[in-house]
Design a protein around this ligand. Structure first.
Ligand SMILES: [Ca+2]
Ligand SMILES: [Ca+2]
Ligand SMILES: [Ca+2]
Length: 138
């Protein structure tokens, strides 16, 4: 009985204060940038981001970065982009990202961010996800 109770207390404790603690770990400038990106991605302005909105946003960003307009993104077209992230998205390993590779990467990330699995992503879910990612990178 006792170990079970301890586990229960642990779950309750982490559920109640961990997300807040995580969100606070983000520098204000980073949080602000995330909030701006979220607002842009939320095309229908209902306060949550759906998977279609994230794909639409990703392809919009794709077009803006594809400066030589060859319908592929090379690492050189993404200054400041994490090279490890680039390689992860580059599924066929040809050194460039196609529309499909970018869309797939975003869809996979979307469902990872959607912690409560309700099919939409809230700003809180994004902030918790981002701080977890940053903690992992450290
Ligand atoms: Ca929306
Ligand atoms: Ca590729
Ligand atoms: Ca969600």
């Amino acid at each position: 009985m006792k170990p079970m109770l301890a586990a229960l207390v642990l779950v309750t404790a982490s559920a109640s204060f961990l997300p807040d603690a995580c969100a606070q770990a983000l520098p204000a400038a980073v949080e602000e940038r995330i909030r701006v990106q979220f607002a842009v991605a939320d095309e229908n302005k209902d306060g949550v981001v759906e998977v279609d909105e994230i794909v639409g946003h990703a392809l919009y960003v794709f077009a803006r970065h594809d400066t030589n307009k060859n319908r592929y993104l090379e690492q050189a077209e993404l200054p400041g982009h994490d090279p490890a992230r680039f390689r992860q998205a580059d599924r066929d390993g040809d050194g460039r990202l196609s529309h499909g590779e970018v869309a797939a990467d975003k869809v996979l990330e979307f469902f990872e961010i959607d912690a409560n699995r309700d099919g939409v992503v809230t700003i809180q879910e994004v902030l918790v996800y981002e701080s977890a990612q940053r903690a992992k990178r450290k």
